[in-house]
Design a protein around this ligand. Structure first.
Ligand SMILES: CC(C)(COP(=O)(O)OP(=O)(O)OC[C@H]1O[C@@H](n2cnc3c(N)ncnc32)[C@H](O)[C@@H]1OP(=O)(O)O)[C@@H](O)C(=O)NCCC(=O)NCCS
Length: 252
């Protein structure tokens, strides 16, 4: 159970040096410490041309081979996500970083790290932690109209009523955040659950002060998750992150 926008942890970072920021395609748009690790955004190009070899060569060899088999925006966003992950991994001193594709499409970081990835048309982001046992999920949302169209799917009647108590401008932002929190929860837990996670298994509620919080109760698991969630707004976009820190590896 947790809520957003708290103070950053005093984590012992192995920060070598922050990469240069740029709006150029496949360059670092932002790179910053995050309460759950390190967060990097990579700018994506406007066109959908094949990713140039000069960019692919920045990936680890096995990542580049996987990327060459992709086409269109699928390739662009995958490469952006891996460059973001690699850049974040380097902040912990990770050498030879390589994140292939794990079970059910989840990114598979090197041993000793946790990773989650998200993209939109112009940006790919990756959240990396050097706590191997963390479950991480990150999501990026900016399309209020799309969220409104499917809110009946991802929100229960109770959750919608709670959002209805907010002023209309705030409701839109809360709706986007609720969607991002649920998608991030999915990414953090989908592979350990071993089945599709239902939207009702993560719940958002609204405090009297109008703040959103997240809780989860999974069906048919031996141990319920202990979630933390934070979010940040970047203009009209929200980045939501969910973490479960566990003392040791294991199932749900
Ligand atoms: C998997 C899913 C979350 C991806 O979201 P999306 O909006 O299509 O795409 P995003 O850009 O946000 O995220 C894509 C990234 O998700 C990650 N991802 C995909 N499948 C995943 C899985 N099973 N577990 C963890 N991460 C996964 C990948 O890293 C992918 O990027 P990559 O291919 O470059 O590595 C989405 O397609 C989905 O299945 N949603 C259903 C969520 C749901 O049932 N929620 C209920 C939970 S309460």
């Amino acid at each position: 159970m947790a809520r957003g926008e708290g103070p950053y942890d005093e984590r012992a970072f192995f920060v070598l040096s922050l990469p240069a920021m740029s709006t150029e395609a496949f360059h670092v748009a932002f790179a910053e410490p995050h309460p759950f690790g390190f967060l990097v955004g990579i700018a994506l190009p406007a066109g959908r041309a094949l990713v140039p070899e000069t960019v692919l060569s920045r990936l680890e060899a096995r990542e580049a081979t996987l990327a060459r088999a992709l086409t269109g925006f699928g390739q662009v966003r995958w490469v952006g996500g891996r460059l973001a992950a690699q850049t974040a991994g380097r902040q912990f001193g990770a050498l030879g970083w390589c994140a292939l594709v794990g079970p059910e499409g989840a990114p598979m970081p090197p041993l000793g790290y946790s990773l989650s990835v998200a993209h939109k048309h112009d940006l790919a982001i990756a959240l990396v932690s050097d706590a191997a046992n963390d479950r991480l999920g990150v999501d990026l949302e900016d399309d209020v109209k799309a969220a409104r169209e499917i809110e009946g799917v991802f929100l229960s009647r109770e959750e919608r009523n709670a959002l209805d108590s907010l002023p209309s401008g705030e409701r839109d932002r809360a709706l986007l955040l609720a969607f991002a929190l649920k998608e991030a929860t999915y990414k953090a837990f989908a592979t350990c659950i071993g089945r599709a996670l239902g939207y009702h298994e993560a719940r958002v509620s609204v405090s009297p002060a109008g703040e959103l919080s997240l809780a989860a109760t999974f069906d048919r698991v031996s141990r319920q998750p202990v979630l933390e969630a934070v979010h940040q707004w970047r203009g009209e976009r929200v980045i939501a992150a969910v973490r479960e820190s566990r003392p040791q590896r294991g199932g749900c």
